[in-house]
Design a protein around this ligand. Structure first.
Ligand code: UGA
Length: 466
């Protein structure tokens, strides 16, 4: 089938390459000529397992081309996927839909009659129907249709998630649109992937409800961890035991610094803003609380670090392990790790950050921090080591070796995933953000962390693009 994919960010590049990989004839569109030139040469603008090879192959065999021209796209096919970003509005909580609107307006001028425009961007409920009206007003003779087909890919496994999805969701207004999308995804349907064909509003909501639920699991366990801390219970064991119930599940139930990235934070805020607009009050309060608990984890980590340093960051050396918003990614958008590192720096600490993948991106957004390409260098002379992104390689560090280079062997494990007894055996004092504090040796007493009136402040997390 012939199709275009408009917007070659994370979702668009992966979708375009995967659709071409399935044998479709794909034209990718982006307004950025440098990006289009790189993609046309088979070079991916992002790191994603399997993407380079897929892109190089599909470009080389002519299945995938790129252009900056929407008019060319409109002429090329009668099926268009819209994958542009829907960032948080600057100065607000809602989604900024200007890129989506601009694409629809741009297409409306030259769409072929009977075209189907399918949104994949994450949008507030009601957007597809609004855009359908807009398209109909702009091109009343063309008889074009709008459908919504949200994506559920995760950074790090985006290609596999696209080619082997857990479910496909399409929001359509006609049998024709349903049939077209079934044909697009025919190989997945043959593999037995569940296909939910519904109305556009439901499809839009499936996406944001899924992200909201996952974010809720994380904030729920972090709220429980705070109770555990206060009650002297072990949050890590609690999470594992609660997650052992298959109705609950252990995934996304790890207490710690909380979620970040380009999706969860802005999606739950945009969802709350839209719920408020349409008068669904229960969801608004609920989603705000999920966001608030998550942001508080960053604050708790910062306060605890300050306590461990004796009450002040000024002039203290901090080694930060991790800058990416999650392991397996070089993305630092709304990274909890970088937010804490930045805040410690603003309060006078001398911060040196290590990350296996994200150093370049971190340096670009937080140029004032120090950076080190290996953990030992990051830890040299440190008064405190902060473990903020749970990269697997941090679990195999040699604590004895690091104890020799730091000034004070003091570790705050904000991801509760390092082997605290092993670190303590080599002389470290270890404070998990949540979890047992008194087993295995030199534990730190409970500081009056989140009750401190003079807590250093984190700036509010900013909105990010998809
Ligand atoms: C997320 C969803 O998982 C995808 O299904 C969705 O398509 C995507 O957002 C999107 O809307 O585009 P992603 O942002 O790549 O994907 O990252 P996740 O792996 O879901 O992690 C999100 C955040 O939660 C990370 O900061 C991670 O560190 C954090 N997390 C995850 C926790 O803090 N605790 C956990 O137990 C699990």
């Amino acid at each position: 089938m012939r199709m275009t994919v408009i917007g070659t960010g994370y979702v668009g590049t992966v979708h375009a390459a995967c659709m071409a990989g399935l044998g479709h004839e794909v034209l990718g569109v982006d307004i950025d000529p440098d990006r289009v030139a790189a993609l046309s040469a088979g070079r991916a603008p992002l790191r994603e397992t399997g993407l380079d090879a897929l892109l190089a192959r599909t470009v080389a065999d002519g299945k995938l081309r790129f252009t900056t021209s929407l008019a060319e796209a409109a002429a090329f096919a009668r099926l268009h996927f819209v994958c542009v970003g829907t960032p948080q509005l600057s100065g607000g909580q809602a989604a900024d839909l200007r890129h989506v609107d601009a694409v629809f307006d741009g297409l409306a001028r030259s769409l072929r009659p009977g075209s189907l425009v399918v949104g994949k961007s994450t949008v507030p409920v009601g957007t597809a129907d609004r855009l359908a009206r807009r398209l109909a007003d702009a091109a009343p003779e063309a008889g074009c249709e709008v459908a919504w087909n949200p994506e559920f890919l995760r950074e790090g496994s985006a290609v596999a998630d696209t080619l082997h999805p857990e479910r496909l969701v399409v929001g359509v207004r006609s049998r024709y649109a349903d049939a077209v999308l079934r044909e697009v995804y025919a190989p997945m349907l043959r593999d037995g992937v569940p296909f939910f064909s519904t109305d556009p509003a439901t499809a839009e909501l499936v996406k944001v409800a899924s992200n909201a639920f996952l974010a809720t699991k994380i904030s729920f366990i972090n709220a429980m961890a705070e109770v555990c801390d206060t009650a002297g219970a072990d949050a890590a064991t609690l999470a594992r035991a609660v997650g052992a119930d298959p109705r609950i599940g252990a995934a996304f139930l790890e207490p710690g610094l909380g979620f970040g990235g380009s999706c969860f934070p802005k999606d739950i805020r945009a969802f709350a803003a839209r719920a408020e607009e349409i008068g669904a009050g229960a969801a608004v309060a609920f989603l705000h609380e999920v966001d608030r608990i998550n942001t508080r984890q960053r604050q708790r980590t910062l306060e605890l670090a300050r306590e461990l340093l004796g009450g002040s960051f000024a002039g203290r050396r901090i080694a930060v392990l991790g800058a990416a918003f999650k392991p397996g990614s070089d993305d630092v958008r709304d990274s909890p790790a970088l937010a804490v590192a930045d805040a410690a720096h603003r309060h006078g600490a001398l911060v040196r950050v290590h990350d296996p993948e994200a150093l370049d991106n971190a340096r670009a957004v937080s140029p004032a921090l120090g950076y080190a390409v290996d953990v030992t260098k990051a830890c040299e002379g440190a008064d405190l080591v902060l473990h903020l992104t749970p990269w697997p390689e941090y679990r195999t560090l040699d604590p004895a070796e690091l104890a020799d280079v730091v000034r004070v062997p003091l570790l705050l494990d904000a991801r509760n995933s390092l082997d605290a007894p092993a670190w303590r055996r080599t002389g470290w004092t270890v404070r998990p953000l949540s979890g047992p504090r008194t087993t295995g040796g030199a534990a730190v007493d409970e500081p009056p962390a989140h009750r401190s009136p003079a807590a250093p402040a984190l700036t509010a997390p900013s909105g990010r693009t998809s």
